[in-house]
Design a protein around this ligand. Sequence first.
Ligand code: AMP
Ligand code: ZN
Length: 473
Amino acid sequence: MKIYNTLTRRTEEFVPITPGKVTMYVCGPTVYNLIHIGNARPMIVFDTFRRYMTYRGYEVNYVSNFTDVDDKIIKAANEEGVEASEISERYIAECRKDMEGLNVLPATTHPQATKEIPEMIDMIRTLEEKGYAYRAADGTVYYRTRKFTGYGKLSGKNIDDLESGHRSEGHALKVAGTEDREDDLDFVLWKPKKEGEPYWESPWCEGRPGWHIECSCMSKKYLGDTIDIHAGGEDLIFPHHENEIAQSEAANGVPFAHYWMHNGFLNINNQKMSKSLGNFFTVRDIAQHYDLQVLRFFMLSAQYRSPLNFSDQLMESAKAGLDRIKNAVSNLKDIEKNAGGSALSEEEKASLEKAQEYKERFNEVMDDDLNTADGISVIFDLVKYANTTTQDGASAGYAAALKNLILELGEVMGLILETKEETLDSEIEALIEERQQARKDKNFARADEIRDELLAKGIQLKDTREGVKWSRI
Ligand code: AMP
Ligand code: ZN
């Protein structure tokens, strides 16, 4: 697997810390509202990365956080007159629903900032002991940025050119009357509470953590001091990820992440889609017009680092593309059901071997920094091959093998290519087959068990001269 590493600005061969395993942390959303489709891009592309690595035999430990304490959450809570936690819990639940619709697998762990406060206090204390953090008169704790010699290595910026990047944060602090920072570049690790804000006890003051510290702590707690991959949208490179590196490496004394992956922006009219610009669609908006699988397919139609422009036209073409694949699967299923014999002819055997080349090609393009755009092209080519080679009839075995191949590659992309009904049908058919085998093996107990299991699912079996028939009751 080759990965473009933002840290080295090169495409590199992926070498995991532990052979066969991947530790990966993806910065998740701040939960104060429904997620927009820009937020869905990292979820989809890194979920696909995780699925692909799993399919290639890796065990992936995938952590993605929910930022559940933040100015925007507090503002939303105050506007509604509820606790901040009510807002964050509500939108975490909504986000999980969207993830399900997008077929984004739940992370191995989804930590939340508010549940990791003691860990954050510990890390800030370590930074203080090592001279990387200091407390200002009002209780704010700052990171002493210039003390970390590697600062700027991820974003490729020179520390002396960075002042402007931090100005907005500095400005907010000046407004708040906090000016005793040693340096404009120093960023906040812990801030004192304000009226109406959630707060926690700490050695410095009652308050809450700055944003960056949560990811350093959660990555350490759930994945270790050094991890394989850290990922997120490219807007996070600076300052968020740069600050995470400064915190983690100063506190732990070892490299933070070996590979840094960043997705390009989802744009609309060639402008970044964002809440602050007001030019966004929520995932929920899209769900009113399209199956969310279409949105997933659309996102994967570009390589993850390229910018991607959202438009109705592209969504329509994604819908048509996805339908083409689904139709092929459905046709192959029909052949499988209706074909007389299941044995493969010699010609079909040779043809199936040839079909494996599509899988090899798929692996090749996906190995190249997860080129999902080319991966989809390979699936289209395979669909074309399936349509052509079954056009004059095919055995059930041949159709089933091709169908399974398409489904396998679709699964890696996280695409659901069968309707729920069809998936159910194939589950039932698998159980019926198992029951037939059990009967052949004279394992009548298992055969009866399956019959009861199916009955519980509302499926009645009937043994006829033509074989077993099933119907819904
Ligand atoms: P936020 O809630 O703003 O912290 O964003 C959560 C994730 O979504 C981060 O990884 C961001 O980089 C990413 N993100 C936000 N807007 C976009 C966009 N328009 N295109 C791609 N990724 C985005
Ligand atoms: Zn983060």
